[in-house]
Ligand binder design. Structure first.
Ligand SMILES: [Zn+2]
Length: 499
C-alpha cells in the first residue's frame, strides 16, 4: 500500500467540513454530460478529497477526465479547461471504482433460500431451482445485480455463470446485454459442470453439460465476445465451476483452451472443509495439490474463496501469482470460515474482493465487502491485521490484479481509465476526520457519482444509464419467473428456506 495520510492540510480544514453546498449530483454539469461515453469531452471533478490507492492521498484536489481516461490529478483547483463539464466534489471522497472479482448474477432470482444450510446442502437445494432458469430470468437478475453493484461503487465486475440448462436461450448473451446497457466494465466467466451425481459429482445430471459441448461453447463465447484491446469493456474468462462438479479432463482442457486463446482462468477453490474431504476421498490429494497437478496455478488464474489454505498453499499462491477472490460475507453466511487474507498479503499473494452470488450474500455490496474483509481479519488476527487502506486496496487494485488489468484500473493515476467513485463522506460522516476511515470502517456511505471510462453511470444515488426503478423491478420479476418455471417442473422452495 503506497497511499498515506491525506496531504494538503487536515481534512477538517478543507471542503470536507464545509457542508454540502454545490455537490456531485450534476447540478454544475450541462445536460449533455449526464450519460456521455468516454471520448465526448472533458470532465473536471473539483473540491474533492482523493484516495488514489497508489501515491499520496489528497485532502482537497481535482481530477481531469479526458477521452475516458484520467488526464490530470492533483491538489488544489484544477486547470482551466474551457468547455469542460465541472463536477463539484465538495463533501466527497474520490476513489478508484471497486472491482468485483466473483459473482453469480443469476442468483439474484433465488435469494433467501436454504438460509441455514452448509455449502453442499445449499447447493443441493438450489440446483433444482436453478435448473429451471432461462435467458429472461438471467437478463432480469443481471440487470438488478449489476445495477446494485453500480449503485454501491463498483465499476468493473466479473460474473461466473456455470449452469446452462438445454433449450433455455442464450444465457451468457443475456447477461452481456445487461452489462452493456448498464455501462459497467464486464468480465463474464463462461462456467461449466460435467460431473453430475451419476459421475460422483454434486450437481444433478440435468444441469451438467458434456465435455465436447462445454469446450465448443466456451471457445465460441471467447471468439464472440472477448475484447483484448486497451480500455476494453468486455473480457471473457474460462471457468469450470469447482473440483467437485467438474472432471479432471475438463479442468485440463479448459486451461489449454484459455491459454490458447489468451484469456484468464477462474474457478471455486477451498471454500469449505467438505470440499477438502471430497478431494482427499475422490482425488487422493488436497484441492490445491489437485489444481497444481492440473496446471491450474499461475498468474493467469484467480480462484474464489480460498478459505481453507494450508501454509504451503499460501506460499504456492504467492510464488505462482495465483489470485484469490475473497468473499467474506458469503463465507460468513454459509459458515465456511475466514480466509487467511492478512497472511496471504504478507506472503505477497494477489487478493481481490467479491460479493459472490446473491443467493449466499443477499443484497451484499462490494463496499460492504471492503468493510467485512477488514472486520473478519481483525476478528481472526487482531486489530493490526488489516488497515482501512489495505482493505480499500483489496477492493480496487487487488481486484484489478486478479483480472490482469492493474495497468488500466484499480488506482487513480494519469493515463488510467476514468473509473471513479465519489463517496459522500460529508454530512453525518463528516464527524470522522479521515474520509478513508469513514468509507471503510462504517457501513458504505452514499454514492454521489460513479464514472466508468468517464461516463456517468450513477449520479446522486440513481442509475443514469438505465431506468433506475425498472432495474430493481427486473430483479423481482426474474425471481417470480424462476419460481413459476420451477413450479412447472414440480419444484418449490417452500420447504427449503430453513435448510
Ligand atoms: Zn461463487
Amino acid at each position: 500500500m503506497t497511499g498515506g495520510p491525506m496531504t494538503g492540510g487536515p481534512m477538517t480544514g478543507g471542503p470536507m467540513a464545509g457542508g454540502r453546498g454545490a455537490d456531485a449530483t450534476g447540478r454544475h454539469e450541462t445536460a449533455a454530460t449526464g450519460g456521455r461515453p468516454g471520448g465526448g469531452g472533458d470532465t473536471l471533478i473539483e473540491n474533492v478529497a482523493i484516495a488514489p490507492v497508489a501515491g499520496p492521498e489528497i485532502a482537497h484536489g481535482h481530477i481531469l477526465v479526458r477521452d475516458g481516461r484520467i488526464a490530470a490529478i492533483g491538489a488544489g483547483p484544477g486547470p482551466d479547461v474551457p468547455g469542460a463539464a465541472r463536477v463539484d466534489g465538495s463533501g466527497c471522497l474520490a476513489t478508484p471504482g471497486l472491482v468485483n472479482t466473483h459473482h453469480h448474477l443469476y442468483q439474484w432470482a433465488s435469494q433467501g433460500v436454504a438460509q441455514d444450510a452448509t455449502l453442499f446442502e445449499w447447493l443441493t437445494a438450489l440446483y433444482r431451482l436453478w435448473a429451471a432458469m432461462d435467458a429472461e430470468v438471467v437478463r432480469g437478475a443481471a440487470t438488478a445485480g449489476l445495477g446494485w453493484l453500480a449503485l454501491s461503487g463498483c465499476t468493473t465486475t466479473t460474473d461466473h455463470h456455470y449452469i446452462f440448462p438445454k433449450g433455455r436461450g442464450d444465457l451468457l448473451a443475456a447477461e452481456i446485454e445487461a452489462a452493456r446497457d448498464l455501462g459497467l466494465r464486464f468480465h463474464p466467466c463462461r462456467g461449466s459442470m460435467d460431473r453430475g451425481v451419476s459421475q460422483g459429482g454434486l450437481p444433478p445430471d440435468e444441469v451438467v453439460e458434456t465435455l465436447p459441448e462445454i469446450l465448443a461453447a466456451t471457445a465460441e463465447a471467447v471468439d464472440a465476445y472477448h475484447d483484448p484491446s486497451p480500455g476494453s469493456m468486455l473480457r471473457v474468462a474460462v471457468a469450470p465451476c469447482s473440483p467437485f462438479s467438474v472432471s479432471a479432463e475438463l479442468m485440463t482442457e479448459a486451461a489449454a483452451l484459455a491459454r490458447d486463446k489468451g484469456v484468464r482462468l477462474h474457478t471455486h477453490l477451498c471454500e469449505t472443509l467438505d470440499e477438502e474431504e471430497h478431494c482427499l476421498a475422490q482425488m487422493g490429494c488436497t484441492p490445491v495439490d489437485y489444481m497444481d497437478k492440473l496446471g491450474w496455478l499461475g498468474p493467469d488464474v484467480w480462484v474464489a474463496h480460498a478459505v481453507h489454505l494450508h501454509d504451503r498453499d499460501i506460499e504456492r499462491f504467492a510464488a505462482t501469482g495465483t489470485g484469490t477472490a475473497h468473499c467474506p460475507s458469503s463465507n460468513g453466511r454459509l459458515g465456511a470460515g475466514i480466509a487467511r487474507v492478512s497472511e496471504m498479503l504478507r506472503a505477497g499473494a494477489v487478493v481481490g474482493l467479491g460479493v459472490d452470488g446473491a443467493a449466499s450474500s443477499e443484497l451484499t455490496t462490494l463496499a460492504g465487502e471492503v468493510r467485512q474483509a477488514l472486520l473478519f481479519q481483525r476478528a481472526r488476527y487482531g486489530p493490526a491485521a488489516l488497515t482501512a487502506r489495505q482493505a480499500l486496496e483489496l477492493g480496487t487494485l487487488g481486484g484489478a490484479r486478479c483480472l490482469g488489468r492493474e495497468d488500466e484500473i484499480g488506482t487513480l493515476e494519469v493515463g488510467k481509465l476514468a473509473d471513479i467513485v465519489l463517496w459522500r463522506v460529508g454530512g453525518f460522516a463528516a464527524a470522522i476526520d479521515d474520509p478513508v476511515c469513514a468509507l471503510v470502517f462504517g457501513p458504505p456511505p452514499p454514492v454521489a457519482r460513479v464514472l466508468v471510462g468517464g461516463r456517468t453511470v450513477v449520479a446522486d444515488g440513481e442509475l443514469r444509464t438505465v431506468p433506475h426503478d425498472a432495474a430493481g423491478r427486473a430483479g423481482a420479476d426474474a425471481h417470480r419467473r424462476l419460481l413459476r418455471l420451477a413450479a412447472d417442473r414440480g419444484v418449490t422452495v417452500a420447504g427449503e428456506v430453513h435448510r
